[in-house]
Design a protein around this ligand. Structure first.
Ligand code: SAM
Length: 298
């Protein structure tokens, strides 16, 4: 259970005190926008369904505002921070919490599988909970999903525009290869929209918290994951073009056109549709059939 105490890091007063004590200056290039609203933090933590048997991974703890709430809600917390200047600050602000460990490094470079095995032994399930640095939102999310880490939930604050794309349904303007990739690995939901006033400094984009409930297995049978994602990217290559045009321009050779048209007819996908109207099941059918007919190589 999380609770507010007078000592929460995430109040404007306490945050300013900490920043002044250490003469800390924000680095825009590291996406440093710290949360100063405990209610928002409680809502984020609640989305992750943590218990005292579960573990939490945080990416970018900053001065520890969210980290301490995770320490109260979970059995163990591992927080990965790239900015060395924050390490002494975190050692100070998080000193009451013995179940929190800070790892210094770039999340994109670290071997997360090995770290999880080492640091999260003895926990029931693990979730990632973070206010992500916006300059690397997509690479971080794709790394978490593609490495098939043993995660239950990913609950992260990100740009609202990216959250909308991740959760978008077929046929909408936001639906694209990021939607398909995220929804292939997880059930996605925009959990809340967050005003810029809860950050210091305020980001100049709108923010949202997205919840990804990681799937045990993909929702569709895919013979070759790499081919599937090539077909997805190819189908979205130019949004105004028909599916057939996109596929012919990006994936298949000119002389394969008749065979591609025949295949689309056999799998009941109209070649004049736009790529962004295809469901994940249809992309899977298209990828599997292209491979089985030898139209595309592994
Ligand atoms: N969790 C804090 C909060 O909510 O107040 C800070 C969030 S701030 C949006 C993002 C944090 O991620 C910063 O502390 C920044 O230094 C850190 N960061 C940026 N790039 C990173 C990377 N590649 N790996 C790990 N941490 C990173």
């Amino acid at each position: 259970m999380t609770q507010t105490t007078g000592k929460d890091i995430a109040t404007p007063t306490r945050t300013k005190e900490v920043l002044e004590k250490y003469g800390f200056s924000f680095k825009k290039s590291l996406g440093q926008n710290f949360l100063i609203d405990t209610n928002i933090l409680h809502n984020i933590v609640a989305e992750a369904d943590l218990t005292k048997e579960k573990g939490a991974i945080e990416i970018g703890p900053g001065i520890g505002a969210l980290t301490e709430q995770l320490g109260r809600a979970a059995k163990k917390v591992m927080a990965i921070e790239i900015d060395q200047r924050l390490l002494p600050i975190l050692a100070d602000t998080l000193s009451p919490y013995e179940n929190i460990e800070i790892v210094h490094g770039d999340v994109l470079e670290l071997d997360l599988k090995a770290l999880l095995a080492e640091k999260m032994a003895g926990v029931d399930k693990i979730s990632v909970v973070a206010n992500l640095p916006y300059y690397v939102t997509t690479p971080i999310l794709m790394k978490l999903l593609e490495e098939r880490l043993p995660l239950e939930n990913i609950v992260v604050m990100i740009q609202k525009e990216v959250a909308d794309r991740i959760a978008a349904k077929p046929g909408t303007k936001d639906y694209g290869s990021l939607s398909v990739a995220a929804q292939f690995y997880a059930e996605t939901e925009v959990a809340m929209i967050v005003p810029a006033s809860v950050f210091i400094p305020r980001p100049n984009v709108d923010s949202a918290v997205i919840r990804l409930k990681v799937r045990d297995r993909p929702p569709v049978e895919v013979d070759d994951r790499d081919v599937f994602f090539r077909v997805v990217r190819g189908s979205f290559a130019q949004r105004r073009k028909t599916l057939l045009n996109n596929l012919m321009n990006s994936l298949f050779r000119k002389e394969q056109k008749e065979a591609v048209i025949q295949m689309l007819a056999d799998i009941q996908i109209d070649p004049t549709r736009r790529g962004e109207t295809l469901t994940i099941a249809e992309f899977a059918r298209l990828a599997n059939e292209s491979l089985r007919r030898g139209l595309i190589g592994q």
